[in-house]
Design a protein around this ligand. Structure first.
Ligand code: PHE
Length: 488
């Protein structure tokens, strides 16, 4: 409707000088008209020039005066010819009208106070303020003096408004054909399509962003690493038990019961379901013996091994507990078969949380069990594994684990950081760990472990682990991270 009005008016007139007045004259809101103007301008059907104007509009109080009369006029009219007592008048008018009205009426010399009495000084008065407000409300121009007075009394305020001056544009038409956006069956059947104007496709318009679910960066990297293990012929271990007994987490790994890692400062122990009763008794005896007296060429630790300590339940501190269960199961088979096992799952340590540490993380673990393996095999498999992760410059540093000998920390040269960073821990499981299980004497096990978080943070340039994992995880980061491609 607004569009027809504008185009129709411009057919017989040169211009619409003020879009606000025009909107009012045809009875549409200015916002609606403005939308029409913008569309017509876009197609060069009209020429629209922005204009700004300032005008005076009545405040709420100003509107009230315009309708009911000014307080001074109300004050005057309320005084009978014989006069009236202040208090009666105050009651009649209300305190506000009385106060404002008395001052203004006195200033106008309309009234006089005689002790307690209020009297008229003139016969009749003209409500000039009401008249002026009505004129301003009608858009009439009044003198600066008047404007200043009314402004001081807060009856009017200045309003700036934006409007348009409209003229016919280069592509002016008196009636615009609505461009069709789709060619429909009906168009074809009726033959309408012959007369229709079709809207052009805007091939530069940006497509709407698609809302889909996103894989967490840790899951993406986990999958890549899983693929590497599978390519290297590894089988996945069942790691679906966060709660473990101290026996499988520590004792079976030849970790003595006084070892500091077995302290509650480092490990989370369970309060409820605090003990595991069901342990493999024969094997447990062997473990006790090797801790106390050694055997298999070892002297043992020479202390009094306590079953109670081994029964304590905890949140596993490493997935090596699962590897140990797997090796024990392997040892129980009639004939030994070589195995390559891997796992990637959560472990828990009672650590102070900071930018790079949480009390839980994901451990990646690889284990190879075969006859006659050597340290050279371990180094070789590590070089293969890490080069597939994109880390081909490795260094090894002698280290200590209670369950491996020799043990090696793994360092990788980080080109971005220009330094060697520790990326994992590894070793050959000790005879004190393997032989009590019943594995053949010539069977060796090489193994390594690393965190999933460390390579993920390096890969995605994340410096605070809390952005990656936990309640403060950064959703934008998860959403916008590129697909993980290792080894490129
Ligand atoms: N369990 C070790 C750790 O938690 C990793 C490891 C696994 C080390 C296997 C050597 C052999 O860091």
């Amino acid at each position: 409707m607004a569009e027809e009005a504008v185009l129709g008016f411009l057919q017989t007139n040169d211009q619409i000088s003020d879009s606000h007045q025009f909107a009012a004259s045809v009875g549409v809101g200015h916002t609606e008209l403005e939308n029409v103007i913008k569309s017509l301008k876009g197609f060069e059907i009209v020429d629209a020039q922005e204009i700004t104007r300032q005008s005076w509009v009545l405040t709420e109080e100003g509107k009230k005066y315009m309708v009911n009369g000014s307080p001074e006029a109300l004050f005057f009219s309320a005084i009978p010819p014989e006069g009236i007592s202040r208090n009666t008048l105050k009651e009649k008018l209300g305190i506000e009208t009385f106060d404002i009205g008395s001052k203004a009426a006195a200033k106008n010399k309309w009234i006089a106070f005689d002790k307690d009495l209020v009297k008229r000084k003139v016969e009749s008065v003209e409500d000039e303020v009401k008249n002026l407000l009505t004129r301003i409300n009608n858009g009439e121009v009044v003198s600066d003096q008047v404007i200043n007075d009314l402004k001081r009394r807060k009856l009017i305020v200045k309003q700036t408004w934006k409007g348009y001056l409209l003229k016919r544009g280069p592509k002016y038409v008196s009636k615009r054909k609505k461009a069709a956006t789709d060619l429909t069956r009906e168009h074809i059947v009726s033959g309408d399509w012959k007369n229709l104007e079709f809207k052009e496709y805007n091939v530069n318009a940006e497509a709407r962003a698609i809302q889909v679910g996103y894989l967490h960066s840790l899951l993406e990297v986990r999958e890549e690493i899983q693929n590497i293990f599978l390519q290297m012929g590894f089988e996945e271990m069942p790691t679906n038990n966060f709660v473990e007994s101290s026996f499988w987490n520590f004792d079976a790994l030849f970790q003595p019961q006084q070892h500091p890692a077995r302290d509650s400062h480092d490990t989370f122990f369970l309060e409820t379901a605090d003990r595991t009763k069901d342990l493999p008794e024969d094997y447990l005896k062997n473990v006790k013996r090797v801790h106390e007296f050694g055997g298999y060429g070892s002297k043992g630790y020479g202390y009094d091994w306590k079953r109670d300590e081994a029964e304590k339940n905890l949140l596993r501190t490493h997935t090596t507990a699962v590897s140990t269960r797997m090796l024990y199961a392997l040892a129980q088979q009639e004939t030994f078969t070589p195995k390559r096992y891997y796992s990637i799952d959560r472990v828990f340590r009672n650590e102070a949380v900071d930018r790079t540490h949480l009390a839980e993380f994901h451990q990646i673990e690889g284990v190879i069990c075969d006859r006659g393996l050597t340290l050279g095999d371990l180094i070789g498999v590590l070089e293969d594994f890490f080069s597939r992760l994109g880390m081909s410059k490795l260094r090894f540093k002698p280290a200590y684990n209670p369950y491996t000998e020799p043990s090696m920390e793994i360092f990788s040269y980080h080109d971005g950081l220009q330094k060697w960073v520790e990326v994992g821990n590894s070793g050959m499981f000790r005879p004190e760990m393997l032989l009590p299980m019943g594995l053949p004497e010539d069977v060796n096990v090489i193994a390594w472990g690393l965190s999933l978080e460390r390579p993920t943070m390096i890969l995605y340039g994340i410096s605070n682990i809390r952005d990656l994992f936990g309640p403060k995880v950064d959703f934008d980061l998860i959403k916008n991270n590129p697909i993980c491609r290792l080894g490129i």
